[in-house]
Design a protein around this ligand. Structure first.
Ligand code: CMC
Length: 371
């Protein structure tokens, strides 16, 4: 008899050479390299290249890759006009979905070609950087700009957003982009794969992915975790809040639990390090102390069931300390996922292409006749 796997748990839909996760031991690697080591020692562009092309670029290839991204930082006027036409209070991720869908509308006579798709990747990375930076600017009431290219993707992005960027924030942003770049095939990447499996263009696949990133169970968790810390207010209030809301209130602890991990999410370590390094104001320090106390309380309560802190618990504290408001967190997650998603869809269509078309078991009424 047919059976379903709720939430597609333990259903495998592709082979991959990209990301390895051991959820019991808390290990995560991109193409064999430890994720935290990559975040410390490499750069977003080099790791993107590694994911997309299977090896690190040499210095000439890295320069060319950066140059091609940088020559695609200007958004078409109609995209800028779309941004200007949207209400200031629009959801940032919704704005990114809109712009990606608009770019898909340019793919008028699209026909899948491995070479053309691969050639387009630096363009997409440049365009998405500019989209996200300008979404931030518009929401802050600033004018739209064409980002100036700096040495790295992270510096270009932060300077486009804030007009300035210091060394520590650039490094933290770069590490965040690397840590969030890929995570095998969560809901968002799966949505992209479903779209790409129809041999659609890559912007359509990305729009699908970003759309699936939205909810609090997935991409929205960093925002949810941060709002939870704000709601609690201070470390002394954690115990009562936890009892009232999580134990008795039956709410889920945001930033805890994972479909794959039964221990700490390995990315947490580096995010926590940058949270410690960047939290400077009294408010930032108070939020961090509240988060740490909540983590301790949550692990005590749930650790024996394999529910531990996930990456979104501390990432919001890092994004906030870099200078972003809470309602940009999910969109920053989207920005960092682009190269991972592109690596997954190209891997899939190039090596295992088959239309993704699962089944549903029918449980409705038998045959009926209209009166
Ligand atoms: N707080 C309290 N209980 C939890 C939590 C949590 N955060 N996570 C799982 N559980 C419990 C859940 O209540 C259920 O208990 P029972 O079996 O008694 O009903 C059990 O653990 C299994 O939960 P599930 O929802 O079937 O597990 P799942 O694999 O579908 O859920 C999850 C994974 C991430 C949706 C879930 O852990 C969750 O809701 N976490 C909070 C939101 C969050 O932090 N999301 C970010 C995930 S990491 C980033 C990413 O990959 O997007």
């Amino acid at each position: 008899m047919e059976e379903i796997s709720p939430g597609l748990e333990n259903v495998y839909i592709k082979y991959t050479e990209l990301t390895y996760i051991d959820g019991n031991k808390g290990i995560m690697r991109y193409r064999g390299y430890d994720i935290n080591e990559l975040a410390e020692k490499s750069s977003f562009e080099a790791v993107s290249y590694l994911m997309l092309f299977g090896r690190f670029p040499d210095s000439k290839e890295l320069m060319e890759f950066r140059d091609r991204i940088n020559s695609n930082l200007v958004l078409a006027d109609y995209l800028k006009n779309i941004l200007l036409a949207m209400p200031e209070k629009s959801d940032a991720l919704g704005m990114l979905q809109t712009l990606l869908s608009a770019k898909a509308s340019e793919e008028l006579n699209y026909k899948y070609s491995k070479e053309n798709d691969r050639d387009k990747i630096p363009e997409i990375l440049g365009q998405v950087l500019s989209m996200v930076a300008n979404i931030y600017r518009i929401k802050e009431g600033d004018s739209i700009i064409d980002p100036d290219p700096y040495e790295t993707y992270s510096e270009t992005f932060l300077r486009a957003c804030f007009g300035k960027a210091d060394k520590n924030r650039i490094k933290a942003m770069d590490s965040a982009l690397i840590l969030y770049m890929d995570h095998e095939i969560p809901a968002s990447t799966t949505a992209a794969l479903v779209t790409a499996s129809t041999l659609s263009d890559m912007y359509s696949a990305l729009a699908s992915a970003v759309t699936a990133l939205r909810g609090p169970l997935h991409g929205g968790a960093a925002e949810g975790a941060y709002r939870q810390f704000l709601e609690i207010g201070s470390p002394e209030k954690v115990d009562k809040w936890f009892n009232d809301n999580i134990i008795n209130g039956k709410r889920r602890l945001v930033g805890f639990g994972h479909r794959v991990y039964r221990t700490y999410d390995p990315r947490l370590k580096t995010f926590k390090k940058y949270a410690d390094m960047l939290a400077a104001t009294n408010e930032e320090k108070n939020i961090l102390a509240t988060a740490k106390k909540l983590e301790e309380t949550g692990v005590k309560a749930f650790g024996s069931r394999g529910i531990y802190t996930n990456t979104d618990f501390y990432s919001g504290i890092v994004f906030k300390a870099i200078g972003f408001p809470v309602d940009m967190f999910t969109t920053l997650f989207g920005l960092s996922r682009v190269s991972g998603i592109l690596a997954h869809i190209t891997e899939y269509v190039e090596t295992q292409e088959r239309l993704i078309r699962p089944r549903a078991i029918y449980r409705g009424p038998g045959e009926r006749k209209l009166e």
